[in-house]
Design a protein around this ligand. Structure first.
Ligand SMILES: Nc1ncnc2c1ncn2[C@@H]1O[C@H](COP(=O)(O)OP(=O)(O)O)[C@@H](O)[C@H]1O
Ligand SMILES: [Mg+2]
Length: 219
C-alpha cells in the first residue's frame, strides 16, 4: 500500500527557476526506492520536502493519504519518517547508546529507552562494547549503523536516506544495504538518494530525476 505520495510537486528556491517541476511519485511500504540523477538535479531538495525540512512551492505530499504540509515538521520527523545522512549527523562525544536514547527522549518516548536502544543497536550489528563507545571512536560504517538504529527508535514507516553509503567502502556499503533489505522485509519503505549504480541496483524501483527536463521517469 502507498505510504508516501508526491502529487504534482514543484519547488523553487527564492529568486531561482524551478528546481523540481511537476513531480508525481508514489512509494509503498515494504519496498526500497532509489532516486538517482546528476548533481544539482534536485535529489536533496526532494528529500527535504519528504522530510518536511521545507515545503513544496506547489503540489501536495501525502503520508498515509493525509497532506503533511499542515503537520508540525518536528512532530512529523520524530514519528513518521526517519532521516539518514551521508555524514551520519551523530553527536560525536556521546556513546552510540546515548545517541539513540537521547533521540528517543526528544521524540517523547518514555518506556524502556535503554533496553530498546540496545536491541536496535544489536539489530544493526553493534556489540555491547561498541554501543558504549563514543561516536568519534567508531568507524564510518559503525556510525551509519548507529544512525539507522537512531532513526528506527522512532518507529517510522518511512526511512529517507541521502547518499547513505557515500562515505563507505564497497564491503561496508553492502552490509548497510543488507540492513535496508531486511528493514524493507519488515515493512519499512526505504527511499534512498544515490549516485551509485550498485546501490540503485538493490532497489525495487528506481526514479531518475532529470536536471534539464526536470521530469522523472521510472526505469
Ligand atoms: N538553499 C538553496 N538556495 C538556492 N539554491 C539551492 C539551495 N539548495 C540547493 N539549491 C540549488 O537547487 C538545485 C538542486 O540542488 P540539490 O537538491 O541539492 O541537488 P542534488 O541533491 O540532486 O545534487 C541546484 O541547482 C542547487 O544549486
Ligand atoms: Mg544532494
Amino acid at each position: 500500500m502507498e505510504i508516501l505520495q508526491l502529487q504534482d510537486v514543484s519547488y523553487t528556491y527564492t529568486g531561482k527557476t524551478n528546481v523540481i517541476e511537476h513531480v508525481s511519485l508514489s512509494f509503498e511500504q515494504g519496498k526500497i526506492y532509489a532516486i538517482v540523477g546528476k548533481s544539482g538535479a534536485g535529489k536533496t531538495t526532494l528529500l527535504s520536502m519528504m522530510s518536511l525540512l521545507t515545503k513544496p512551492s506547489s503540489g501536495k505530499i501525502l503520508y498515509d493519504a493525509k497532506d503533511i504540509t499542515d503537520m508540525d515538521p518536528y512532530h512529523y520527523r520524530s514519528q513518521y519518517v526517519g532521516v539518514i545522512f551521508q555524514n551520519y549527523n551523530l553527536l560525536m562525544h556521546l556513546t552510540a547508546l546515548e545517541n539513540v536514547v537521547l533521540s528517543m527522549e526528544i521524540a517523547g518516548k518514555k518506556e524502556n529507552r535503554k533496553m530498546i536502544a540496545r536491541e536496535l543497536l544489536e539489530k544493526v550489528g553493534l556489540d555491547e562494547e561498541e554501543m558504549n563507545r563514543r561516536i568519534l571512536k567508531l568507524s564510518g560504517g559503525q556510525q551509519q549503523r548507529v544512525a539507522i538504529a537512531r532513526c528506527l527508535s522512532y518507529e517510522p514507516k518511512v526511512i529517507l536516506a541521502d547518499e547513505p553509503t557515500g562515505n563507505l567502502d564497497m564491503e561496508t556499503q553492502a552490509e548497510i544495504l543488507e540492513i535496508f533489505k531486511s528493514l524493507a522485509k519488515e515493512g519499512h519503505c526505504i527511499i534512498m538518494v544515490t549516485h551509485s549504480k550498485e546501490v540503485a541496483a538493490c532497489a525495487d524501483e528506481i526514479y531518475e530525476l532529470k536536471r534539464m527536463k526536470k521530469s522523472t521517469k521510472k526505469i
